[in-house]
Design a protein around this ligand. Structure first.
Ligand code: ZN
Length: 318
């Protein structure tokens, strides 16, 4: 059973001042969803491939409006009667590909959910696509905090506004590419792994889990990592993300993240270091998990299993 703990963070991000006082003071320590949660959402809505969009609506929402472009009238006109031909993912975005080559790009950010089932509550519904010809008559985007974005892009815009800004997907990047993109950087590896222009899809939670599995201290500077260490990091990226996808992502104590059917993920029960400060390490049993702050975000690691010297071994399981 997970303890329900609300943690105080001094600064969440630049937008903290826009949030309600309750959220600025008490917040959770991650920034889900990351790649596994978004991939789970994608897989969950995949059955509507082949459906046609009857109309697009922005239900009235009295809270902070999300970034939505173009305006709903234009959006609706462009998507109406279009067939959904594929649903993909790019980093932490769900991409709904239409027959006319336009793409609806949904970025859930902190609390956004892409759903076929009814949302967790009637408020905060940000987009409803009415559908026909498939297993569901709707596809929804729900976002409590309103930091998510919905954009309808042409194939050309997709290239300049999304593809050009993102590195290779975390599940596809090779260790050579990862090394080549980051080995000159003076940043600490944990901070660099969050850089979506280098590698797309990793966020705060999974970066900590990845570096634990790779046996690498999160404070190690990128330009000090060896070839075998880059290889271990890339293998750990694959292992952690695939394992998390298998468990349909992590639902933290705030309960926000749900899959496309509004059910919880299960990977929170398998976290090795994340949010386990002061608890003993599953692997070595001797170290106590430490929490430090890097670039204003919490990092969790085991000082015994994750050292800066070169003598590490890939942790296969704990
Ligand atoms: Zn340990």
């Amino acid at each position: 059973m997970l303890a329900i703990v609300l943690r105080v963070e001094s600064i969440l991000d630049r937008r903290s001042s826009d949030l309600s006082p309750a959220y600025t003071y008490f917040t959770w320590i991650g920034s889900l969803p990351e790649l596994p949660e978004v991939e789970t959402m994608r897989r969950g809505v995949l059955p509507v491939v082949g459906s046609r969009i009857v109309k697009a609506e922005r239900p009235p929402c009295r809270l902070r409006p999300i970034l939505f472009e173009p305006a709903i009238r234009t959006f609706d006109r462009r998507v109406r009667d279009q067939q959904i031909v594929n649903i993909g993912r790019r980093g932490k975005r769900v991409m709904i590909h239409l027959k006319n080559m336009d793409v609806i790009v949904i970025e859930p950010r902190m609390t956004g959910l892409v759903l076929l089932a009814d949302p967790p509550g009637p408020e905060h519904l940000r987009l409803r696509l009415a559908l026909r010809g498939g297993p569901s008559d709707q596809l929804l985007f729900w976002d409590r905090r309103g930091l998510g974005t919905v954009r309808l892009l042409s194939a050309e815009e997709l290239q300049t506004k999304v593809d050009a800004k993102l590195g290779p997907d975390a599940l596809e990047i090779s260790h050579q590419e990862l090394r080549q993109k980051l080995c000159q950087s003076r940043r600490e590896i944990k901070v660099a792994l969050l850089d979506q222009a280098a590698v797309a899809g990793i966020g705060n939670l999974y970066a900590a889990e990845i570096l634990f599995l790779a046996g690498i201290d999160p404070r190690t500077r990128c330009d000090g990592l060896t070839g075998p260490q880059w290889q271990r990091i890339q293998r750990a990226i694959q292992a952690v993300l695939l394992e998390a996808i298998e468990h349909e992502g992590s639902t933290l104590s705030d309960g926000t993240y749900r899959n496309a059917l509004n059910d919880e993920g299960g990977y929170q029960n398998y976290h090795r270091v994340y949010d386990r400060a002061e608890q003993s390490c599953f692997r070595c049993k001797k170290g106590r998990i430490r929490r430090i702050v890097q670039a204003q975000r919490s990092t969790f690691f085991c000082p015994k299993c994750q050292q800066r010297s070169g003598l590490h071994h890939l942790v296969q399981s704990v």
